[in-house]
Design a binder for this molecule. Sequence first.
Ligand SMILES: C[S@@+](CC[C@H](N)C(=O)[O-])C[C@H]1O[C@@H](n2cnc3c(N)ncnc32)[C@H](O)[C@@H]1O
Length: 306
Amino acid sequence: MADDRYFLGSTPAELKRLRFQATILRPITERLLREAGVKEGMRVLDLGCGPGDVSFLAAEMVGPSGSVLGIDQAPEAVAAAKDGARRNGIKNVDFEVTTVEAFTSSVQFDAAVGRYVLFHQSDPTAFIRHVMRHIEPNGVIAMHEISPRHRFRSYPTVPEWDKTGDWLTAAFHPDNPGRDAATRLVEHFVTAGLPCPMLFTEIPTGGGEDSPLYAWTAETVRSVIAVLTASAIATEDEISIDTLEDRLRTSVVAAKAQVEWPAQICGWIKLQTGRLLAGEIARSASRCRSGTTFGQRYGTNLDERF
Ligand SMILES: C[S@@+](CC[C@H](N)C(=O)[O-])C[C@H]1O[C@@H](n2cnc3c(N)ncnc32)[C@H](O)[C@@H]1O
C-alpha cells in the first residue's frame, strides 16, 4: 500500500531528504498557512505528514492553546515524526498511521494542510472530498504543490542542470493523474464542491557556491535512481550519483548562472458557509471570478480599486 501512494518510499534516506527539503520549502509553506489564516488556538490536520515538518511548523503557529495531528499511511514516516516531536520537545502535536481516505476522528479541525501530497493521488478531487469531512464549517483547506509543468531552468543555460532537472521531471510518475495537481488546484477544489481557491506561486531560485539547490536536486535524484535506470531515462554512469551535487555546483558557479526549481503553487480556501451541498457545486465554479490573492488584495476590477 505504501508504495502505491508514495513511490519514493519511506527509507531512512528518503525521510532525511524530506527533512532537508522541508528547510528549503518552509518559508513558502509558512506564507501559505499565514495567508490561509492559521493562527493561535487552531486545531490543524496535516495530510501526508511524512517526517512531520509541516506539522511542526503549524504547531509553532497555533501555539500551546492549539494542536496539530499529522497523518500518514507510512508507519516509518510517522515513527520519524513522533521521534522529531519528542527530540524537539514539541508537545502540541501528535501523529497517526492512516490513509486520508480511512481516517476517522471524533473531532473536527479548523484547518487541513497538505504539502506535496495531492501530487501523489490517483484522484485528487476524491482526496479533497475525504478531507472536507473533517473540517469545521468555517475551516480552511490549504495545499502546497510542486508543478512539473514548470521545468528546472538555468540562466544562462547550464546543460548539466537542465538535463538533471529533465530526469527528475521524467521520473515523477508521468501517468499519475495527481502529477499536475499544482496547476489544476482550481479544478480539483471546484470539482470537489468548494469555492475557487486563493492562489500564489513561488519559484525556488539560487546560484553561487552556497545554494542548497544542488544538494536538493542530487538527493532527489538519489531517491528516484531506480526509476531512472529501470525506465532507461538515464544510466548509472550518466548519473554518477556520488559526484552529482558537486558537478551541479561547479557548472552553475562556472557559468555565473541563476537556477530554478519547478514552481511551488499554493492554494487555499476558507469555507464560509460550511460544507457545500451537492446542488451548490455548479454555483461554486462561478465564484472563481474573484478567487485569487491578487483579486482579494487589489479588488477584482478597476472600479473597486479606484
Ligand atoms: C512527498 S511526501 C511529503 C511529506 C510532507 N508533507 C512534507 O512535505 O515533508 C508525501 C507523503 O504523503 C504520504 N501520503 C501520500 N498519499 C497518502 C494518503 N492518501 N494518505 C496518507 N498519506 C499519504 C506519503 O506516505 C508520504 O509520506
